[in-house]
Design a protein around this ligand. Structure first.
Ligand SMILES: [Zn+2]
Length: 340
Protein backbone atom coordinates (compact mmCIF):
# COMPACT_ATOMS: atom_id res chain seq x y z
CA UNK A 1 0.00 0.00 0.00
CA UNK A 2 1.35 3.40 -1.06
CA UNK A 3 0.50 6.75 0.46
CA UNK A 4 0.04 9.43 -2.20
CA UNK A 5 0.03 12.98 -0.87
CA UNK A 6 -0.52 15.70 -3.44
CA UNK A 7 -1.40 19.34 -3.85
CA UNK A 8 -2.70 18.93 -7.41
CA UNK A 9 -6.28 19.94 -6.56
CA UNK A 10 -6.69 23.66 -6.92
CA UNK A 11 -3.09 24.23 -8.06
CA UNK A 12 -2.83 28.02 -8.09
CA UNK A 13 0.90 28.33 -8.77
CA UNK A 14 0.66 29.76 -12.24
CA UNK A 15 3.84 30.18 -14.26
CA UNK A 16 4.27 31.80 -17.69
CA UNK A 17 3.64 29.66 -20.79
CA UNK A 18 7.38 29.42 -21.56
CA UNK A 19 8.25 28.13 -18.09
CA UNK A 20 9.34 24.48 -17.78
CA UNK A 21 7.94 24.17 -14.24
CA UNK A 22 4.25 24.24 -15.11
CA UNK A 23 0.92 22.82 -13.97
CA UNK A 24 0.91 20.14 -16.66
CA UNK A 25 3.80 18.44 -14.88
CA UNK A 26 1.68 17.57 -11.88
CA UNK A 27 -1.21 16.48 -14.07
CA UNK A 28 1.17 14.06 -15.83
CA UNK A 29 2.45 12.80 -12.49
CA UNK A 30 -1.02 12.23 -11.04
CA UNK A 31 -2.10 10.42 -14.21
CA UNK A 32 0.95 8.17 -13.96
CA UNK A 33 0.36 7.40 -10.29
CA UNK A 34 -3.29 6.55 -10.77
CA UNK A 35 -2.57 4.35 -13.76
CA UNK A 36 -0.28 2.25 -11.57
CA UNK A 37 -1.61 2.14 -8.02
CA UNK A 38 -5.17 3.42 -8.19
CA UNK A 39 -6.37 0.26 -6.42
CA UNK A 40 -3.60 0.24 -3.85
CA UNK A 41 -3.03 3.73 -2.56
CA UNK A 42 -4.17 5.98 0.24
CA UNK A 43 -4.76 9.44 -1.22
CA UNK A 44 -4.39 12.30 1.22
CA UNK A 45 -6.27 15.54 0.94
CA UNK A 46 -4.94 19.00 1.39
CA UNK A 47 -3.22 19.90 4.60
CA UNK A 48 -1.41 23.25 4.72
CA UNK A 49 1.86 23.53 6.60
CA UNK A 50 1.67 25.93 9.55
CA UNK A 51 3.91 28.96 9.82
CA UNK A 52 5.73 27.30 12.71
CA UNK A 53 6.40 24.21 10.62
CA UNK A 54 7.77 26.30 7.73
CA UNK A 55 9.78 28.50 10.10
CA UNK A 56 11.85 25.51 11.21
CA UNK A 57 13.76 25.88 7.94
CA UNK A 58 12.97 29.34 6.52
CA UNK A 59 13.24 32.73 8.20
CA UNK A 60 9.89 34.38 9.06
CA UNK A 61 11.10 37.42 7.08
CA UNK A 62 11.36 35.34 3.88
CA UNK A 63 7.99 33.68 4.45
CA UNK A 64 6.39 37.10 4.96
CA UNK A 65 8.09 38.60 1.91
CA UNK A 66 6.85 35.75 -0.29
CA UNK A 67 3.33 36.07 1.09
CA UNK A 68 3.35 39.83 0.52
CA UNK A 69 4.63 39.46 -3.06
CA UNK A 70 1.82 37.02 -3.86
CA UNK A 71 -0.73 39.28 -2.17
CA UNK A 72 0.08 42.09 -4.61
CA UNK A 73 -0.37 39.77 -7.59
CA UNK A 74 3.03 38.09 -7.76
CA UNK A 75 6.38 38.83 -9.36
CA UNK A 76 9.88 37.43 -9.67
CA UNK A 77 12.15 36.07 -6.91
CA UNK A 78 14.72 35.75 -9.68
CA UNK A 79 14.33 35.52 -13.48
CA UNK A 80 13.60 31.75 -13.19
CA UNK A 81 11.47 31.81 -10.07
CA UNK A 82 8.18 33.49 -10.75
CA UNK A 83 5.19 33.65 -8.44
CA UNK A 84 1.53 34.45 -9.05
CA UNK A 85 -1.11 35.52 -6.56
CA UNK A 86 -1.96 31.88 -5.75
CA UNK A 87 1.63 30.65 -5.43
CA UNK A 88 1.92 31.17 -1.68
CA UNK A 89 -1.10 29.06 -0.78
CA UNK A 90 -0.03 26.35 -3.23
CA UNK A 91 3.49 26.29 -1.76
CA UNK A 92 2.09 26.06 1.78
CA UNK A 93 0.05 23.04 0.66
CA UNK A 94 3.09 21.48 -1.04
CA UNK A 95 4.98 21.67 2.25
CA UNK A 96 1.92 20.37 4.10
CA UNK A 97 1.56 17.39 1.76
CA UNK A 98 4.94 16.12 2.90
CA UNK A 99 4.00 16.52 6.56
CA UNK A 100 0.70 14.73 5.95
CA UNK A 101 2.53 11.86 4.25
CA UNK A 102 4.89 11.46 7.21
CA UNK A 103 1.98 11.47 9.66
CA UNK A 104 0.13 8.84 7.60
CA UNK A 105 3.19 6.61 7.43
CA UNK A 106 3.69 6.92 11.17
CA UNK A 107 0.11 5.74 11.64
CA UNK A 108 0.86 2.71 9.48
CA UNK A 109 -1.08 3.76 6.38
CA UNK A 110 1.44 2.33 3.90
CA UNK A 111 4.91 1.02 3.17
CA UNK A 112 6.08 4.18 1.44
CA UNK A 113 4.80 7.59 0.39
CA UNK A 114 5.03 9.53 -2.85
CA UNK A 115 4.62 13.27 -2.31
CA UNK A 116 3.40 14.64 -5.63
CA UNK A 117 3.70 18.38 -5.36
CA UNK A 118 4.74 21.54 -7.11
CA UNK A 119 6.48 23.88 -6.82
CA UNK A 120 9.57 21.75 -6.12
CA UNK A 121 11.68 22.56 -3.07
CA UNK A 122 15.32 21.53 -2.89
CA UNK A 123 16.83 24.83 -4.10
CA UNK A 124 14.93 26.88 -1.49
CA UNK A 125 17.32 27.92 1.27
CA UNK A 126 16.97 29.51 4.68
CA UNK A 127 16.31 33.05 3.48
CA UNK A 128 15.15 32.71 -0.11
CA UNK A 129 13.47 30.71 -2.81
CA UNK A 130 15.25 30.16 -6.10
CA UNK A 131 15.45 27.76 -9.05
CA UNK A 132 11.64 27.29 -9.32
CA UNK A 133 11.48 26.45 -5.56
CA UNK A 134 9.59 28.47 -2.93
CA UNK A 135 9.56 26.36 0.26
CA UNK A 136 11.87 23.40 0.78
CA UNK A 137 9.26 20.65 1.07
CA UNK A 138 11.59 17.77 1.91
CA UNK A 139 13.48 19.90 4.45
CA UNK A 140 10.27 20.98 6.20
CA UNK A 141 9.32 17.32 6.64
CA UNK A 142 12.83 16.37 7.77
CA UNK A 143 12.87 19.23 10.28
CA UNK A 144 9.56 18.03 11.74
CA UNK A 145 11.09 14.59 12.27
CA UNK A 146 14.26 16.00 13.80
CA UNK A 147 12.11 18.01 16.19
CA UNK A 148 10.75 14.68 17.46
CA UNK A 149 14.26 13.41 18.03
CA UNK A 150 14.47 11.26 14.90
CA UNK A 151 17.35 10.88 12.46
CA UNK A 152 16.71 11.52 8.79
CA UNK A 153 18.65 10.62 5.66
CA UNK A 154 17.79 12.70 2.60
CA UNK A 155 18.86 11.20 -0.72
CA UNK A 156 18.70 13.65 -3.64
CA UNK A 157 18.75 12.07 -7.10
CA UNK A 158 17.53 15.16 -8.97
CA UNK A 159 20.02 16.10 -11.72
CA UNK A 160 20.60 19.44 -9.94
CA UNK A 161 22.31 19.89 -6.61
CA UNK A 162 19.90 20.59 -3.73
CA UNK A 163 21.76 23.64 -2.48
CA UNK A 164 18.85 24.72 -0.28
CA UNK A 165 18.66 21.40 1.54
CA UNK A 166 22.42 21.36 1.98
CA UNK A 167 22.38 24.86 3.46
CA UNK A 168 19.48 24.15 5.83
CA UNK A 169 21.06 21.02 7.35
CA UNK A 170 24.73 21.96 6.92
CA UNK A 171 25.47 21.76 10.64
CA UNK A 172 22.64 19.43 11.75
CA UNK A 173 23.94 16.16 13.21
CA UNK A 174 20.56 14.40 12.88
CA UNK A 175 20.31 14.80 9.10
CA UNK A 176 22.45 13.13 6.46
CA UNK A 177 22.16 14.77 3.03
CA UNK A 178 23.54 12.86 0.03
CA UNK A 179 23.23 14.25 -3.49
CA UNK A 180 24.05 12.92 -6.94
CA UNK A 181 24.06 15.74 -9.45
CA UNK A 182 25.42 16.97 -12.75
CA UNK A 183 28.35 19.37 -12.56
CA UNK A 184 28.81 21.91 -13.94
CA UNK A 185 25.13 22.81 -13.93
CA UNK A 186 22.73 25.13 -12.09
CA UNK A 187 23.03 26.12 -9.23
CA UNK A 188 26.80 25.57 -9.34
CA UNK A 189 27.08 24.16 -5.81
CA UNK A 190 27.62 20.62 -4.51
CA UNK A 191 31.37 20.32 -4.63
CA UNK A 192 32.74 17.00 -3.41
CA UNK A 193 34.73 18.85 -0.71
CA UNK A 194 31.57 20.32 0.84
CA UNK A 195 30.99 17.84 3.67
CA UNK A 196 29.03 19.66 6.37
CA UNK A 197 29.67 21.96 9.33
CA UNK A 198 31.67 21.27 12.50
CA UNK A 199 28.73 19.51 14.17
CA UNK A 200 27.91 17.41 11.13
CA UNK A 201 31.14 16.80 9.25
CA UNK A 202 30.69 13.99 6.76
CA UNK A 203 26.90 14.20 6.85
CA UNK A 204 26.77 16.24 3.65
CA UNK A 205 27.80 14.00 0.77
CA UNK A 206 28.13 15.45 -2.71
CA UNK A 207 28.73 13.21 -5.69
CA UNK A 208 28.98 15.36 -8.82
CA UNK A 209 29.13 13.76 -12.28
CA UNK A 210 29.59 15.24 -15.75
CA UNK A 211 26.93 15.42 -18.44
CA UNK A 212 26.50 12.07 -20.17
CA UNK A 213 26.56 10.06 -16.94
CA UNK A 214 24.36 6.96 -16.95
CA UNK A 215 23.26 4.19 -14.64
CA UNK A 216 26.59 2.44 -14.12
CA UNK A 217 28.28 5.37 -12.41
CA UNK A 218 25.21 6.43 -10.49
CA UNK A 219 24.46 2.97 -9.12
CA UNK A 220 28.10 2.63 -8.09
CA UNK A 221 27.83 5.90 -6.20
CA UNK A 222 24.75 4.58 -4.42
CA UNK A 223 26.32 1.23 -3.58
CA UNK A 224 29.85 2.33 -2.72
CA UNK A 225 29.35 5.79 -1.19
CA UNK A 226 25.77 6.33 -0.08
CA UNK A 227 24.93 2.83 1.22
CA UNK A 228 27.91 2.63 3.63
CA UNK A 229 27.18 6.18 4.83
CA UNK A 230 23.55 5.21 5.56
CA UNK A 231 24.74 2.10 7.40
CA UNK A 232 26.91 4.22 9.64
CA UNK A 233 24.28 6.91 10.17
CA UNK A 234 21.37 4.57 11.03
CA UNK A 235 18.50 6.85 10.04
CA UNK A 236 14.98 6.46 11.42
CA UNK A 237 13.57 7.80 8.14
CA UNK A 238 14.69 8.00 4.53
CA UNK A 239 13.36 10.92 2.50
CA UNK A 240 14.16 11.28 -1.18
CA UNK A 241 14.36 14.41 -3.33
CA UNK A 242 13.05 12.53 -6.33
CA UNK A 243 13.63 14.68 -9.36
CA UNK A 244 13.28 13.00 -12.72
CA UNK A 245 15.30 15.50 -14.73
CA UNK A 246 18.20 13.02 -14.77
CA UNK A 247 16.23 11.19 -17.48
CA UNK A 248 17.91 11.35 -20.91
CA UNK A 249 14.98 13.19 -22.53
CA UNK A 250 14.93 16.00 -19.99
CA UNK A 251 15.50 19.43 -21.54
CA UNK A 252 17.35 20.83 -18.49
CA UNK A 253 19.66 17.96 -17.55
CA UNK A 254 22.44 16.08 -19.32
CA UNK A 255 22.41 12.68 -17.60
CA UNK A 256 21.33 9.72 -19.73
CA UNK A 257 19.20 7.68 -17.32
CA UNK A 258 16.22 5.67 -18.58
CA UNK A 259 12.93 5.10 -16.77
CA UNK A 260 14.17 1.59 -15.94
CA UNK A 261 17.10 3.06 -14.03
CA UNK A 262 14.67 4.69 -11.62
CA UNK A 263 13.36 1.26 -10.62
CA UNK A 264 16.92 0.38 -9.56
CA UNK A 265 17.33 3.63 -7.65
CA UNK A 266 13.95 3.18 -5.97
CA UNK A 267 14.89 -0.31 -4.79
CA UNK A 268 18.05 1.07 -3.28
CA UNK A 269 16.40 3.86 -1.29
CA UNK A 270 13.72 1.41 -0.12
CA UNK A 271 16.50 -0.83 1.20
CA UNK A 272 18.02 2.11 3.10
CA UNK A 273 14.82 2.60 5.13
CA UNK A 274 15.10 0.86 8.51
CA UNK A 275 11.62 -0.66 8.19
CA UNK A 276 8.56 -0.43 5.91
CA UNK A 277 6.66 2.82 6.37
CA UNK A 278 9.76 4.95 6.85
CA UNK A 279 10.32 6.04 3.23
CA UNK A 280 8.89 9.11 1.49
CA UNK A 281 9.77 10.34 -2.01
CA UNK A 282 9.23 14.02 -2.79
CA UNK A 283 8.77 15.17 -6.38
CA UNK A 284 11.42 17.71 -7.38
CA UNK A 285 12.31 18.35 -11.06
CA UNK A 286 11.44 16.55 -14.30
CA UNK A 287 10.45 18.70 -17.28
CA UNK A 288 9.75 16.37 -20.20
CA UNK A 289 6.17 15.34 -19.56
CA UNK A 290 6.41 11.90 -21.19
CA UNK A 291 9.66 11.04 -19.46
CA UNK A 292 8.33 12.38 -16.17
CA UNK A 293 5.20 10.21 -16.39
CA UNK A 294 7.23 7.13 -17.37
CA UNK A 295 9.70 7.59 -14.51
CA UNK A 296 7.00 8.23 -11.91
CA UNK A 297 5.06 5.14 -13.09
CA UNK A 298 8.13 2.97 -12.72
CA UNK A 299 9.06 4.48 -9.37
CA UNK A 300 5.62 4.12 -7.83
CA UNK A 301 5.21 0.59 -9.20
CA UNK A 302 8.55 -0.37 -7.67
CA UNK A 303 7.55 1.14 -4.33
CA UNK A 304 4.42 -1.00 -4.49
CA UNK A 305 6.47 -4.05 -5.42
CA UNK A 306 4.92 -4.62 -8.79
CA UNK A 307 6.44 -5.01 -12.23
CA UNK A 308 5.91 -2.21 -14.71
CA UNK A 309 7.06 -1.92 -18.33
CA UNK A 310 9.89 0.59 -18.55
CA UNK A 311 12.83 1.47 -20.78
CA UNK A 312 15.84 -0.85 -20.44
CA UNK A 313 18.28 0.22 -17.75
CA UNK A 314 21.51 1.90 -18.81
CA UNK A 315 23.49 -0.26 -16.41
CA UNK A 316 25.66 -3.08 -17.64
CA UNK A 317 26.43 -1.28 -20.88
CA UNK A 318 29.22 1.19 -21.54
CA UNK A 319 28.48 4.90 -21.57
CA UNK A 320 29.34 5.02 -25.27
CA UNK A 321 26.85 2.24 -25.99
CA UNK A 322 24.10 3.89 -24.01
CA UNK A 323 24.65 7.20 -25.81
CA UNK A 324 24.60 5.35 -29.16
CA UNK A 325 21.35 3.66 -28.18
CA UNK A 326 19.83 7.07 -27.45
CA UNK A 327 21.04 8.44 -30.79
CA UNK A 328 19.54 5.41 -32.57
CA UNK A 329 16.28 5.88 -30.71
CA UNK A 330 16.12 9.59 -31.64
CA UNK A 331 16.95 8.78 -35.27
CA UNK A 332 14.17 6.17 -35.34
CA UNK A 333 11.59 8.54 -33.91
CA UNK A 334 12.72 11.26 -36.36
CA UNK A 335 12.34 8.76 -39.22
CA UNK A 336 8.90 7.78 -37.94
CA UNK A 337 7.91 11.43 -37.72
CA UNK A 338 9.14 12.06 -41.29
CA UNK A 339 7.26 9.08 -42.72
CA UNK A 340 3.98 10.09 -41.11
ZN1 LIG B 1 16.31 19.50 -10.99
Amino acid sequence: MIVVSANADDDRHETPAWHPERRERLAAVMGAIHSVVDDDCVALGRRPASLDEIARVHTPAYVRALKDLCAVGGGELDPDTIVADGSYVTAVRAAGAGLAAIDALREGAGDAAFVAVRPPGHHAGVTRGMGFCLFNNVAISAAALVERGERVAIIDWDVHHGNGTQEIFWDEPNVLYASIHQSPLFPGTGHVDDMGGVNATGLTINIPFPAGTGGNAILRAFDEVIAPAIDGFEPDWVLVSAGFDAHRDDPLGGFVLSSGDFALLTRRVAAYAPQPGRLALFLEGGYDLNALAACVSTTVATLDDRAWPSEPTTTGVSGVDSIRAIQDERQRSADNGASR
